[in-house]
Design a binder for this molecule. Sequence first.
Ligand code: GAL
Length: 742
Amino acid sequence: MKKQFLLLAMAGMVSLSSWAQDVVLENAKFHAGDDASWAGVNVDESSWRDIKNSATWTSQGVKIENGFGWYRYHVNILKSMLEKSDLKETVDFVLGGVDDADETYLNGQLIGKTGRFPSDEKGYASQWSTKRNYRVKANSSLIKWDADNVLAVRVYNAGDPGGMFEGPIRVRVPNTIDNLSINISEGTDGKGVVQSFSTLKSTMQASKSGVFSVKVVDPETGETLGEKSMKVSVNEKKGKTIAVPYDNHRMVRIVSTFTESKSGLSCTTQYIPKYILTPAAPAEPRFNTAPIYGVRPGSPVHFRFGVSGEKPMKFSAADLPAGLTLNPDNGALSGSIEKAGSYTFTVKARNAKGEQSQRFTIRCGSKIALTPPMGWNSWNCWGLSVTQDKVISSAKALIDKGLADYGYCYMNIDDGWEAKERNADGTIAVNEKFPSMKDLGDWLHSEGLKFGIYSSPGDLTCGGYLGSIDHELQDAESYNSWGIDYLKYDWCGYGRKHRTEPDNQTVASYVRPYLLMERCLRQQPRDIFYSLCQYGMADVWKWGEAVDANSWRTTGDITDTWASLYHIGFELQPELYPYAKPGHWNDPDMLIVGKVGWSNNLRDSRLTPDEQYTHISLWTLLASNMLIGCDIAQMDEFTVALLCNNEVNAVNQDILGKQAKRDVEDGSIQVWSRPLSDGSYAVGIFNVGGTDARVDFKKYFPQLGIKSLKSVRDLWRQQDLSTSDVSYFIPTHGVKYLKVTF
Ligand code: GAL
């Protein structure tokens, strides 16, 4: 049988196909510069250096900006490849991406070109990410079978880095099946029924026929839950799509296979569709937020009771502390309390289906953020393209889609709001994308939401906008006048100043700019959540509380890949649990679910559904800031359900404020747990490995100190489970998230 290669085509999708045997080229001879004769067969390579094609030339010590370099490969093209192929039509040279443009020659003749060089008629054009597949007819006299052939690649690079980077090169004689591919997506049919769409495509002129079958499979039992199969014929002009419905409230895999009739060869693609575990909220009012709120004496209160259930809803409270008023229509609490103390009262929510009340405590004292902040930040979606309208549209969606009913309340503008220059009096000015910060703040507050902003202690932010250096107090005063409730203060440009400071080896030098802004913020007559962003330098978790920071970023920037999530979540957080407490939280960065993109171009998070369950489970265990990073206006049903599970969020918001500890690391299984205020424990059993697993939870009882289990609850499904049978199926990169008592 043929060799099998695993191709990760996109998040949640894995393709398997039987490839014709191929020749793999990893190392080349390399020469900087440009000389047309280097395309030829007879070139003296004695002065050429060795280079790999799996990483850019820059990373291998070659510095060519705006210039050329040549790679030369010697390849024995095996006749046996031809014999093994059912097609025998072409020899393919698969190069992958090349930064930025290339011309590729076989034995001195041009066989392909991608991108354009500066000398080309239409001028330079980069095509660094385009996958190159150059084809030569198998009967061409250019190919020397079972002998040395020279493949020469002329590369032009603009800027930095450059060169071939997606190695290895594969030389192959493709089979029919290698020219066919299956792509799977999810959506709904005309009637709104959830469907998978499997599309078979061909890159060949000639029609190929065979059997195309799509199965919905339970990954735990292997059982086929749904199936469609048909005879099809496809060519480069005509593909075929098969739609198969599936239940999107359970974990399934879509497995689509095409078996070509003549060769008997087949290709398969697997896809993990999104599945919703959170049960629908009841129609009656239900309080979903922590029953506690911290405010300083005299500071304005901006709080919205998070209550799900049918709308309209009416709110009331009989014994509100003096100075506060409750908006009966949206549950927004406002006003201020003059005297420090603990104020407990009862709030009622009523709708057509029923009524519910909750005892609620306001702690008026020196501490705010008694539970981790929940809300939204513009960075992971809009990057520097954030505008006031985009903030408003996400805030409206936060309310309309019900996320505000689960406690999400901060609406934070990240980098990109500042003008090019300060006003004549030195105060900070906003750019044209933000017509009025004050109006925006007033509107958010009228909805019971909170308003956040971003700056840097340096001259410039990471995005190159104005920072606060030498204007700290003025900026804090501006924030106060706009009604700012949250400041993310990002080191960035300060690094330049720090490098010149004589004491820059000391912790004090890292603390200094943050302490300075803390003093300016605390002079303002309002509570401003103080979020440090300096990527964990100088063990910020050890001194964050001392500068009265409410949270501190513990890592560099997150992105929407498993590698990033794994590194930040599982590798960098295990030791940090002692530092989190009410008022002061570790911040492993913002959420990467929903539509993200760090620009105007948004895409679905590249995390699989199981990776997203892992992400939210781990972040709630870590008592992390829960800042949504996607455009809420475009948020789908899956993401809303992922972010609005009241039992899962209750772990994050637990008033004990204890961050989870990793109790078990057993190969690819990790168990993290945290104690909760009601005496129970939240336990996440994670499978960080590349294959599905069955885990016997009992095995880990000793490490968790469990002698006998009293109760087990599945937090995502909100269902009680057996205390005796505790063996769980956990998909690759997935989690079983439990609440246990023992
Ligand atoms: C980075 C920061 C990001 C984002 C960005 C803005 O330093 O870690 O979260 O704020 O700057 O330019």
